[in-house]
Design a protein around this ligand. Sequence first.
Ligand code: ATP
Ligand code: MG
Length: 575
Amino acid sequence: MSSQPTDPVPERSNDAAPDTTNLDFIRQIVAEDIARGTHAGRVHTRFPPEPNGYLHIGHAKSILLNYGIAQEFGGKFNLRFDDTNPEKEETEYVESIKRDTRWLGADWQEREYYASDYFDQLYEWAQYLIREGKAYVCSLDDKQIREWRGTVTSPGRLSPDRDRAAEESLTLLEQMKNGEFPDGTYTLRAKIDMTHPNMKMRDPLIYRIKRLPHHRTGDAWHIYPLYDFAHGQSDAIEEITHSICTLEFDVNRPLYDWFIDNLPVAHRPRQYEFARLNLTHTVLSKRKLLQLVEQKHVTGWDDPRMPTISALRRRGYTATALQTFCERIGVAKRDSTVDLALLEWAIRDELNLRANRVMAVLRPLKVVITNYPEDQEELIEAVNNPEDESAGTRQVPFSRELWVEREDFREEAPRKWFRFAPGREVRLKHAYFVTLQEVVKDDRGEVTELRCVYDAASRGGQSPDGRKVRGTLHWVSARHAVDAEIRLYDHLFATPTPDAGDDFIANLNPDSLEVLAGCKLEPSLASAQAGDRFQFMRQGYFCVDSVDTAPDRLVFNRTVTLKDSWTKIEAKAKK
Ligand code: ATP
Ligand code: MG
């Protein structure tokens, strides 16, 4: 399967209409805007995260869409922190967002902005609306505001303060700003329409009092703007042309436009909505991910079972695999849920080409080759990657005592068992044919050792006389083995739609993590560095853990198994 972009950018010329048939609907809009000369043919997008958590794979979709459009159409891309709520925002999140966005390959150059940079301008615009008779300071409390707003089927009631004189509202707003009133006593509201069918238009809040320090502005402000009063205005200030967000914001669009229409802005941005990414077996809401972290269901935001970008990176995902995944899912107008198997396919497909094959025994069982001299050892040449000749070969030591996979042995084996069983012959990968002669057990009947003989004439795993050996097993020389801890992961949630019920926590998979200590690796892995990726033959793709690996401790995460369930799902869907 190809991992090339599926949306080639058509060549454009000034006199012909662009061919946009291969583009997703957002790119079509952008291409048409350029052709028409909207925004003087300029393209400028942004990614506007709220720094209240780590980015997840859904954000990756948004970043790659916004950055991709800027790149493909010769435009610019901003990173803007939507930091208008000091309650939940932290510098740690800002730093992680920058790290993850950069790692994905999205380059905002010097354009790192913060909504908080615009607090002065936003405040002036709020004063402007008051003077224009389009905003007022309201003394209803939270609960009253909610009740007086009405419902979708019944109109709202007018605030008693709706006709407050502009001078009075201006003074009150100033006092709110200076921290003279407790939280919740006043709000600033836009004066729009309390009977509007769109609830967002029923005199929405502009500012609320929050006497809290802000991670950037410190104690300068005691009021903070609401999302709707900050977002479009920030877009206008930054001269964003296409403000791309997820579908749930379509109800905010009339308000977005109302503020832009009623403020003296120099530039008019437009908002477009696309379907957010939903993934099976996954929750993609920062609030829920925070809950998993705080309640210690996972070890942190970067626990390799999390759908965050930092967790996927730690687990062994590459930025290019996430790009491939996002290209494959495309950009749609309607919500849907993507199978997690597609994400796994993307990394497996890439690592198949890139990762060197090595031998690692996860659950070791000792093998002794009784006819191989005690003090002898030899180096056997092994191909690093059959998919990539340039990866070359390496030397793997072989000796009398080996580790093999405990599950590759069965005392009572069916006829078609091609691994270790009494009397049967198997091939040790790259090495020799060996035949199991004796099974050694301890007092409790536990198998502790397999005693085998080898055929010296089968060196390199080649049959010396045409006799066939079906099973090829991986192994590690005991004398040379490197010890490691290996972590195997399963879905964090047992059900495909963990969000469906009232309590997503109840859907956690109790078996999502299996830790294997005392795994035995071939010695070439002694020098593996954090982030290095390998295929452990027959076991999957693995990545050196970047957090828990230390000079005396090697920890691997299984990125993904070798079993491709996506291709099957896809084939079934095509039938
Ligand atoms: P969450 O719902 O996970 O808490 P959010 O929308 O509150 O996310 P923001 O920091 O406000 O998080 O999001 C930044 C940008 O990422 C927004 O433009 C938002 O539309 C987009 N985004 C968030 N979640 C997804 C998703 N699942 N798929 C695509 N884009 C997303
Ligand atoms: Mg949000």
